[in-house]
Each structure stands twice: as structure tokens, then as C-alpha cells.
Design a protein around this ligand. Structure first.
Ligand SMILES: Cc1cc2nc3c(=O)[nH]c(=O)nc-3n(C[C@H](O)[C@H](O)[C@H](O)COP(=O)(O)O)c2cc1C
Length: 286
């Protein structure tokens, strides 16, 4: 029986749902499938698997850092078949392209690429009142993901595969945003610049529990302290019930970029959106 490993990162749950659907497709073709959300860890030794699937949300027009780092930690993928899936709320940019490139540079042979929309809980957009791709993935997109899983099984059994072209490069403004949210800047600079208002923080620990990379510890008073393994998901800021946390992305410096993205995406008829209110850590649809 062929055995496939699927490793993905999911915070909001959409990438997880697509991963489950792809797994259902593979299983219906008689395969054994193992799924890991990288938040809970993932195998570094991939001996014994016939194929590996990597799933990531687009984060700042690239894959999430923990996914890129995971691929880098897998030393040699020669002889391994690999597929990629990516979720995006507005424009995926190079999220899928970068994962595909990283896998093939490590020697893997691509057998599939799938992408679809996923509800975009990016704090900057929520605060402006927009939840992009609010109801994605749809039932139809999940059915397509399952069919993708079946197709993968066919390719693993010898059916021909024609790789789709790379996704188009995003417009200049998004490439600038991608540069401004690069790994080095996040690790060395932004991760030091999160702040918490002493008088507001109740030491409830929600930010610590939610951080997908366990990047937050607490000081003697139970208030959050950030280390440098940050994905810039800003879920700590988004979910704080006291609105006590400020991420560097909330600085006025980044506001024009956020406004540009919101204006552009909200006027793009191909991107569905819902109007929302973001308050005290809760997102309410209007
Ligand atoms: C911090 C952050 C950055 C994001 N950056 C992008 C992006 O550059 N392009 C895009 O289309 N969607 C972006 N999104 C939206 C996510 O890719 C999308 O909502 C995805 O479905 C989330 O996956 P999850 O539900 O598995 O966490 C971003 C979301 C967050 C939270």
C-alpha cells in the first residue's frame, strides 16, 4: 500500500480542511495517509513514505516561514514524489511558487499543485471591516481538493503529470510588502517590537496559548514577552480580549500598505468579501 505524508500549517483551519479533503481523495484510491499540522510538529525523517504533500497559507505573498523552514530541514528529497497546496485570501503571490521551487531544489519530483481561497483573518483587514474570502473554501473547492487527491493517486501509479505554470508575480506594491515582511526583518526587528499595555493586560494567557510557534512567554506579572520565532501572523494582537497588544504592523508606517490592499481587494470582483467588526478579540459579521 502506498503511503503519503501531508505536512501543512493552518491557524484558521482552512488549510487543514483542504488537507483533509486531499487525504480523503488519496484514501479513496487505497492509500495510507498521515497528516500533520506543523503547529503540533512533523516528522523530520521521511523514510518509508512514497510521497510528501506540503500545504501552506499565503502569508505576505509567500509561504509561512515555518513551512519553508520545515522543507529546508528535510535534507534530501531525491526519489520522493511531492505535491503542494496553498490557501489564499486575496492574491497568493509566490506562496505556491516558492514551495514548489524549494521542493524541486531539494530533489523531489512534483506530482501536483492545488490552490484555493481561504477565509482571510488578517488583523489589518479585519480592523478595516473586511473579511476577504469569508466563506472559502466552499463545498465545491473541497470537492475539487478531494478530486485532486484522487488524481495524485493516479500519478503515483504511473499516470502522466503535466505541471501547471507558476502563479504570476504579484504587482510591485505587493512585492515591496513582501520585502518589508521578510524573515530577517521579522526575526531580528519586528519580533522585538510587539508591545503590551500594562494597565490593560489581565495576564489571561490567551496570546501565549494561541501563538502557533510558542513564541510568547510571560514575565513575572504574567504579561507576554515575545521571542524571535515569529510568523507575523499577529494572532496575539487580533485575539487579545483587552486590545492590550500592539504589533509593529499597527504602526502608522504600515497603514498606507494595508489601506492600499483593502481598497484594491474590495474592488476586485473576483474576490468575495464580508463586512465585519473586529472588537475585543472577536470578529463579528455584519
Ligand atoms: C498574517 C497573514 C498574512 C496573510 N497574507 C496573505 C497574502 O499575502 N495573500 C493572500 O492571498 N492571503 C493572505 N493571507 C490569508 C491566508 O493565506 C488565508 O486566509 C488562508 O486561508 C489561511 O489559512 P488557515 O485558515 O489554514 O490559517 C494572510 C493571512 C494572515 C493571517
Amino acid at each position: 500500500m502506498l503511503k503519503t505524508l501531508i505536512v501543512y500549517f493552518s491557524f484558521g483551519g482552512t488549510t487543514a480542511r483542504v488537507a483533509e479533503s486531499i487525504a480523503a481523495g488519496l484514501r479513496s484510491a487505497g492509500q495510507k495517509v498521515e497528516l500533520h499540522n506543523i503547529r503540533e510538529g512533523a516528522p523530520r525523517n521521511i523514510e518509508g513514505y512514497d510521497a510528501i504533500g506540503i500545504g501552506t497559507p499565503a502569508y505576505y505573498f509567500r509561504p509561512a516561514f515555518n513551512i519553508t523552514e520545515y522543507i529546508r530541514s528535510l535534507s534530501d528529497l531525491h526519489g520522493m514524489q511531492a505535491f503542494v497546496f496553498t490557501l489564499y485570501g486575496t492574491y497568493p503571490g509566490a506562496a505556491g511558487n516558492d514551495v514548489r521551487k524549494a521542493l524541486s531544489s531539494a530533489g523531489a519530483e512534483e506530482i501536483g499543485y492545488f490552490k484555493c481561497r481561504g477565509a482571510d483573518f488578517f488583523n489589518g483587514y479585519l480592523r478595516e471591516g473586511y473579511l476577504f474570502s469569508a466563506d472559502n473554501p466552499t463545498a465545491n473547492e473541497l470537492a475539487l481538493a478531494e478530486r485532486f487527491g484522487k488524481t495524485l493517486a493516479g500519478v503515483m501509479s504511473g499516470r502522466a503529470y503535466v505541471a501547471p505554470p507558476d502563479d504570476p508575480e504579484p504587482p510591485l506594491m505587493y512585492r515591496i510588502e513582501r520585502l518589508l515582511s521578510g524573515r530577517w526583518l521579522v526575526k531580528r526587528i519586528y519580533s522585538r517590537l510587539f508591545s503590551v499595555k500594562r494597565q490593560k493586560c489581565t495576564a489571561c494567557n490567551i496570546c501565549v496559548q494561541l501563538c502557533p510557534t510558542q513564541n510568547i512567554s510571560v514575565d513575572a506579572a504574567g504579561r507576554p514577552v515575545w521571542k524571535n520565532n515569529c510568523l507575523l501572523c499577529v494572532c496575539c494582537e487580533m485575539k487579545c480580549p483587552e486590545e492590550a497588544i500592539t504589533s509593529p504592523l499597527s504602526w502608522p508606517l504600515f497603514y498606507p500598505a494595508i489601506l492600499y490592499n483593502v481598497n484594491r481587494a474590495s474592488r476586485d470582483p473576483s474576490i468575495p468579501h464580508a463586512k465585519v467588526r473586529q472588537s475585543r478579540g472577536e470578529t463579528t459579521r455584519l
